[in-house]
Design a binder for this molecule. Structure first.
Ligand code: SF4
Length: 311
């Protein structure tokens, strides 16, 4: 469906839980999680995906919190698969070693896995206790299962050229793309200490590899892509760029049924009851949210918390 500015909105991101097993320093994860009765059920999420399909959406991404914490998540994927949208997930990868195969069998197409560092100590520190070996085992099992995998690295002031090199070498060893993402100013306390302009990531990479610009399709999202001299596809995503707003094609739904038309806007729609009322009512609120999308985000507006919508 076209929004008020002629953009085709065909990608919906749905958070299936606000819980997470990591406590990344840059994420505004809330410790008081939503009570179960305020979280969308699988049937409700199916309503959203069916309504989205009717409105011409092509792709759904399940996010969190950490979506793999949602019990029987593979059953949700199996329920969504017949609707016909391409199904993806963003995860911290911790539970992938046990869930990749059932998720693939249920119809999941691909996963974006967060991997901020290959260095075990830095990874443990940024995630507040996570073990990078577990995430790497998860990535490998996703690849073995047949899932498409991309890596997401939140670029911070902690990254050295060596860290960047290790991440690129890891991507090369698994033949998977990696995207460096500029930190979003959503968590006031840690933001200023960790923030670093994404242009510095490109400069640091220039110290050890040449990169050529890659032309990409619209479905590749807001990243600007390059290819390193040994063939690794690398994306850079800035926090706020008016050009990416021109191509914005997405809506976000939190696990309690709030629809966010834009990541950087105060506009939102509490659609919990409408979603529960069925596909027709859900179609109405999705359409309303699409028409509420601003022409571009406003860096001064609050928008949803990362732990509500998973980026
Ligand atoms: S800031 Fe808003 S309009 Fe711009 S790309 Fe992000 S979600 Fe879309």
């Amino acid at each position: 469906m076209l929004d008020s500015y002629g953009r085709n909105i065909d990608y919906i991101r749905i958070s299936v839980t606000d819980r997470c097993n990591f406590q990344c320093l840059y994420c505004s994860h809330r410790l008081d999680v939503l009570p179960r009765e305020q979280v969308l059920r699988f049937e409700d999420i199916l309503n959203i995906v069916k309504a989205a399909k009717d409105l011409g959406f092509k792709k759904v991404r399940l996010t969190g919190g950490e979506p793999l914490l949602r019990r029987h998540i593979e059953q949700l994927v199996a329920m969504l698969q017949p609707v016909g949208l391409s199904i993806h997930m963003t995860t911290n990868g911790y539970f992938l070693h046990e869930l990749s195969k059932p998720l693939f069998d249920a119809g999941l197409n691909g996963v974006n896995v967060s991997l901020d560092f290959v260095d075990a100590e830095k990874f443990r520190n940024i995630t507040n206790g996570g073990r990078v070996e577990d995430v790497i085992a998860g990535i490998d099992s996703a690849l073995d299962a047949g899932l498409k995998v991309k890596l997401n690295t939140v670029f911070t002031s902690w990254h050295t050229t060596d860290d960047m090199k290790q991440l690129i070498m890891f991507s090369k060893s698994r033949s998977i793309p990696i995207r460096f993402i500029e930190l979003m100013p959503k968590n006031e306390s840690s933001f200023s200490a960790l923030f670093r302009n994404i242009s510095e990531a490109k400069e640091m990479m220039g110290a050890f590899t040449k990169m050529t610009v890659e032309q990409v399709s619209g479905s590749d999202g807001p990243a600007q892509y390059f290819v390193t001299e040994d063939g690794v596809k690398v994306g850079f995503i800035s926090f706020f760029n008016l050009n990416q707003c021109k191509q914005c094609n997405r809506l976000r739904v939190s696990s309690n049924g709030t629809i966010y038309p834009c990541l950087l806007s105060n506009k939102k729609l509490d659609a919990f009851d409408d979603i529960k009322a069925g596909t027709d009512k859900t179609k109405e609120v999705l359409s309303e949210a699409i028409l509420m999308k601003p022409i571009h985000g406003n860096a001064n507006e609050v928008g949803p918390y990362m732990s509500e919508i998973g980026g």
